[in-house]
Design a protein around this ligand. Structure first.
Ligand code: NHL
Length: 269
């Protein structure tokens, strides 16, 4: 049995790379819904339908555990899927809980009541759909009290990164950080809540200032996955590794090979 890793595109490969560093033997199936990306500007219903279709494909490929590496899918679809859709012998996990556990210094799966934590002012940078869902604030409220969250939808940043225009991406990051600072002058932590933003981590850090702690998902999600598999070894077996896409496999393989700087071959989902 392999672990399924889902993203709307290739940004989730950063999570896969961190998971492989942590668990070198991990069998996985990575699915990129390239035909329907970007998700970040879609409606919640649309994101729910697309994510269910993609996760169904990963179940069919033999995955009993699926990680939504996509923040937008985690924000707009995960809770609804868990409540009404995921079969009882399967698990679907998202990226927000690991981020929030790190932010609030909680152990994995600590379900004790919400309590006061060290961070008070948190800036969230994400896609418009993630910001509109308010999923981050809802998940945080289950775990912490007295934390003020200001969310900034970072329009244009993913498109600039996808186009390889890093100068534009950096200028946009600066302007989104300034917009956030007008609402919250002194955040003590910042969450990079989108698969693509870790690529701009140093620009976010520079614009926010060195004293702001910046959390980004790849390593945190990989640590949570390793913890989860320690506790549920039955979820893991042997299996192959493969990359699937709903888009054009040749084009997606070329982009992925550039992105990870190693040969990646996608097959048609
Ligand atoms: C993913 C794929 C794209 C393909 C072409 C243009 C822009 C793209 C933007 C993204 C970003 C992605 C999304 O689907 O919006 C971000 C999402 N994975 C997230 O919120 O983590």
């Amino acid at each position: 049995m392999a672990v399924g890793i889902f993203d709307s595109g290739l940004g989730g490969l950063t999570v896969l790379q961190a998971a492989e560093a942590r668990l070198p033997e991990l069998p996985f199936v990575y699915l990129a819904d390239s035909a329907h990306a970007p998700y970040g500007v879609r409606t919640a219903d649309d994101i729910f339908d697309l994510t269910c279709a993609a996760v169904t494909r990963l179940f069919e490929a033999g995955c009993n555990l699926v990680i939504l590496a996509c923040n937008t899918a985690s924000a707009a679809a995960l809770r609804r899927m868990q409540e009404s859709w995921v079969p009882s012998d399967k698990r679907v996990l998202g990226v927000f809980v690991p981020l929030i556990e790190a932010l609030t210094e909680r152990q994995w799966g600590d379900n004790s009541p919400p309590r006061e934590v060290n961070v008070k002012h948190v800036a969230l940078f994400a896609t418009p759909a993630t910001v509109a869902s308010r999923a981050f604030q809802r998940e945080l409220a289950f775990r912490a009290i007295g934390v003020d969250v200001e969310a900034q939808a970072c329009g244009g940043v993913v498109d600039a990164i996808e186009d390889g225009d890093m100068i534009l991406a950096e200028a946009l990051v600066r302007s989104h950080v300034e917009a956030l600072q007008r609402k919250m002058p002194e955040p003590d932590a910042a969450i990079l809540g989108c698969t693509h933003y870790p690529l701009m981590q140093s620009s976010f850090q520079a614009a926010l200032g060195e004293e702001v702690r910046v959390f980004s998902q790849a390593a945190l999600v990989a640590d949570s996955l390793a913890d989860y598999l320690d506790r549920h070894p039955d979820m893991l077996g042997t299996g192959e590794r493969c990359f699937l896409t709903t888009g054009d496999p040749r084009r997606v393989s070329d982009r992925a090979t550039q992105f990870l700087r190693r040969q990646i071959v996608f097959q048609s989902a």
